[in-house]
Design a protein around this ligand. Sequence first.
Ligand code: AMP
Ligand code: GLY
Length: 424
Amino acid sequence: MKVLLLGGGGREHALAWKISSSPSCEQLYIAPGNPGTAQCGQNLDINPLDFQSVAAFCREAQIDLLLVGPEEPLVKGVTDVLRKDPAIQHLIICGPDAAGARLEGSKAFAKAFMSEFQIPTARYGEFDRDQAEEAIRFLDTFTPPYVIKADGLAAGKGVLICDRKEEAAEAITGMFSGEFGEAGHTIVLEEFLDGIEFSVFALTDGKNACILPVAKDYKRIGEGDTGPNTGGMGAVSPVPFVDEALMEKVRTRIVTPTVRGLSSRGIVYQGFLFIGLILVKGEPYVIEYNCRMGDPETEVVMPRLSTDFLELMTAMHEQRLDQVKIEMDPRTALTVMLVSGGYPGSYRKGMPIAGIPEELAPDTLVFHAGTRHDADQLVTNGGRVLACTAYGHDLEQARKGAYELARKISFEEMNYRRDIGMDL
Ligand code: AMP
Ligand code: GLY
């Protein structure tokens, strides 16, 4: 199989690593990729948002499978454009069309969808720009803290949680006056749910879904879950508090009704569905849907997925995921993100990176997120730079392995959380 993977972060390196281990992988291209993905396949200088160039490459290189890593191309309709191309009708695409990607691209759409299909989630109200007064009045139906969400994609920054009503009202006014651009022209106000979050990943073929290893992400920059939200500072899989009984609830109350709901609306969703969940008094609620894999969750989920990735893709295409058994590595995987000083605020790029072991210990992996080559020197090229993953027969051993690896690596102003997995 000839595969084209779109994206260039840690998630894509982990996906590329997994795909390249498949015996049926003939050729793997990554656009644009990074120095990590270059170890697994061939990087291409193609922008994932340039759909015409993506289509042209699929035609010329006779690509069999297109896997879309990030949300933006999906929300903007890469799948729709490629499906219309008569020369690539055989192409398998892992990633929903724009209609399915609205589950991530519009929070108001996602909330209305959950309401229609009785999928457990926080109570909410949706308001447009000309409804500022109603929105502020609606705050009185909640107790603090108040949760205010910009409807559209806002690079993980579109959710504000305010303790006081005045702050919440200001946040609403700010969103309506364009602080988040068009993403904030519609907002969702919702009940605050107090609980512990976890991430469930389903692969769906439009009819059936299979569930990949469960993970927990650490979103805040600071130890003890303090400070601003980031794209994710680390992750662990499995999650000790997520047992079979809880997963059964997630399957029957959330994953199955979501897949059925999409299909009943005529949306053929083939691809990953990432469900951000919160456990409140033993019951799972949906915080958000994403139309792609999580980052850095993929850096622990792929290492634990034993099933052949390309077999999964073929089964998805043939709508027989109900016949597939997901095999998982029983070990724990834990990843620690090494980030640039200042992240998630402003940070410098181009810092030389030292200390990545030439020969990695057997139970460890380094995934590149924001790196590039400057001549022969590997340098930083983003906020999240490298993910250090280790396996262990328990959480403690995985933690130890990941931190031993992290301590070997250095670049100027490098930062990382020392407490990944410590709350579990
Ligand atoms: P989202 O982009 O919707 O995932 O929201 C970002 C983060 O805000 C989530 O990971 C949660 O930590 C938090 N959050 C969002 N919605 C709620 C809610 N209703 N109650 C509590 N926390 C929330
Ligand atoms: N780790 C959260 C995300 O990928 O959105």
